[in-house]
Design a protein around this ligand. Structure first.
Ligand SMILES: [Zn+2]
Length: 333
């Protein structure tokens, strides 16, 4: 892929000598779902059973959450960093009237990973279902529905200069990068079953599906009581989270990756970054950081207009794959 901030005069390549113009690249177009699809599950924090339906949406719609259980079914909230209302344990979006949708990050991460731009997410409750605590069930839904390429080009947010947010031992940073979104994450937990972990990925659909989507959310057994007293983790169980007690993983099935914990933190960060409303061309680094730190960084970046630009995304025509995953080799024009 190539990223241009201005549209070139010859959209499909430049003629060489007297030869017939060769189509060397084409815009990457926005994508939605081919058809509606749904699932039902428990909200991780609310403990409420919620039915969710994903519907195709027109180009430039973005990701819209719709609470059909409220105000005659008309309450909608755009998935945007501007609507982050709480990020203590999960990312909660809310509108001006306080109508909210919680735990959007795993679904948003699946949309980012699968390069989905436009979807209406209909919910009959206050929280996206946790499913198994990872993004894999959402990838399954997207693949079952099928992906439809639309006729409007996709645009990306390119970071032009480094930005960081430090919060004690935690930090998050975005810096310029030449190829899509690179994510580096580091964690360091006292619980020895987690300990120090690091992962590093360039996000594309194959990598997301194979390396990140299956990583589940996790919690420490010692925190469960405090979380429940704070009204959180009411729906949490060993079926939708990894639970750790010191050097032990309490889930009978064990881990899906040796470093599943840090992979999940990367998955969370990708979902939170998609609240930019566009894919991001940058290198993201998170060190022991939380949803709140990523939300703060997003606000900081958007407050500095010299920090970013919107660019068109192009791909090599030769590299077009037959399936939805139309990708080529990335480079900056
Ligand atoms: Zn998570």
């Amino acid at each position: 892929m190539t990223f241009d901030s201005s549209t070139p005069p010859a959209a499909y390549g430049t003629p060489v000598g007297n030869a017939t113009p060769v189509e060397t690249r084409r815009p990457v177009f926005q994508k939605t779902l081919k058809t509606s699809i749904g699932c039902t599950g428990i909200g991780l924090h609310s403990g409420v059973r919620v039915a969710m339906k994903l519907h195709p949406a027109a180009p430039n719609t973005g990701i819209i959450f719709k609470r059909i259980d409220l105000i005659g079914g008309g309450a909608t909230i755009k998935a945007s960093w501007e609507h982050v209302a709480d990020s203590r344990m999960c990312t909660v979006l809310a509108d001006r009237n306080g109508i909210s949708v919680a735990t959007v990050e795993h679904l948003m991460s699946a949309f980012y990973g699968m390069e989905i731009d436009n979807v209406i997410v209909e919910l009959n409750g206050p929280e996206v279902p946790a499913m198994d605590g990872s993004a894999e069930p959402f990838i399954f839904l997207i693949e079952c529905a099928g992906v439809l390429e639309q006729d409007i080009p996709r645009r990306a947010l390119r970071i032009l200069k480094p930005h960081a947010h430090n919060n004690g031992a935690k930090s998050v940073a975005l810096s310029p990068w030449h190829e899509g979104l690179r994510v580096d994450f580091h964690i360091d937990f006292h619980a020895s079953a987690i300990g120090r972990q690091h992962c590093s990925f360039t996000v594309d659909p194959d990598t997301f599906r194979d390396e990140l989507s299956r990583a589940r959310t996790f919690g420490l057994l010692s925190d469960v009581t405090a979380l429940r007293e704070a009204g959180l983790a009411r729906g949490g169980s060993l079926t939708n989270a990894i639970v750790v007690d010191g050097d032990r993983v309490l889930n009978d099935e064990g881990l899906r990756h040796d470093n599943e914990f840090v992979r999940h933190k990367a998955l969370d960060a990708i979902g939170d970054l998609y609240l930019a409303g566009h894919p991001i061309i940058a290198h993201f680094t998170g060190r022991c950081s939380s949803h709140a730190d990523t939300a703060r960084l997003m606000r900081q970046v958007y407050a500095d207009r010299s920090c970013w630009e919107m660019v068109d995304i192009w791909q090599d025509v030769q590299a077009v794959a037959p399936w939805m995953n139309v990708r080529g080799r990335a480079a900056v024009a």
